[in-house]
Ligand binder design. Sequence first.
Ligand code: PEP
Length: 249
Amino acid sequence: MRKPIIAGNWKMNKTPAEARALVEALVPLAADAQCDVVVCTPAVDFAAVSEVIRGTNIKLGAQNMHWKESGAYTGELSADMLKAYGVEYVILGHSERRQYFGETDTTVNLRVLAAVKAGLTPIICVGEKKEEREAGYTDALVSYQTKIALSGLTADEVRHVVIAYEPVWAIGTGLTATDEQANETIGVIREAVRSVYGDAADDVRIQYGGSMNPKNCKGLMAQPEIDGGLIGGASLKAEDFSKVVHFDA
Ligand code: PEP
């Protein structure tokens, strides 16, 4: 059985004071969660958030990291820098990084390898654009993105990564994949993992992301292939995020 994992992606939102207030409200609301709960915050919020969540069931995540250990990479953060603040998860290859910051499948793979080597759990984002779905390329594209991202990991390492299927057309748009669409494409991603890593595919957790919210989370999470959610907008309010964390209530 795969334990569900609900992760919030705060994107470029919340100053440290705002972040502190959000997690202070979230801690009691999420205390009885049956799933893994992660908040992926801006790096400037790590100190405040890690102080508040210490000893609770909420884990800290980052939204990106560089693959080098140190050096002349202005503006970047290394795995060790994240770990120094208690970060355990890191989102890699988010479509906004791919779209606005030149992220490629190859650089996503470098980041994944570095994260796993450092003992961080990557949340690897894959997903198609609207025109790619309409042209019928979804399955081929997400399979390719998945295989490249994982390339170089062992099957045992693959068992512990998290993949997020995030159709680009559903992110921040209010449009959601139907329960069946999300389940079907996540099944395709799992088979892509199986084709290279065998039964490690049965352990890897695959989330859905794209306008998931308190209203639609129950139906999505009831699908057999969907092991969790990566939540943008609805993770910015403690009450909303808590409702998603309690998706089967
Ligand atoms: C995301 O950024 O990963 C995301 C899914 O955003 P939203 O929930 O706002 O669509």
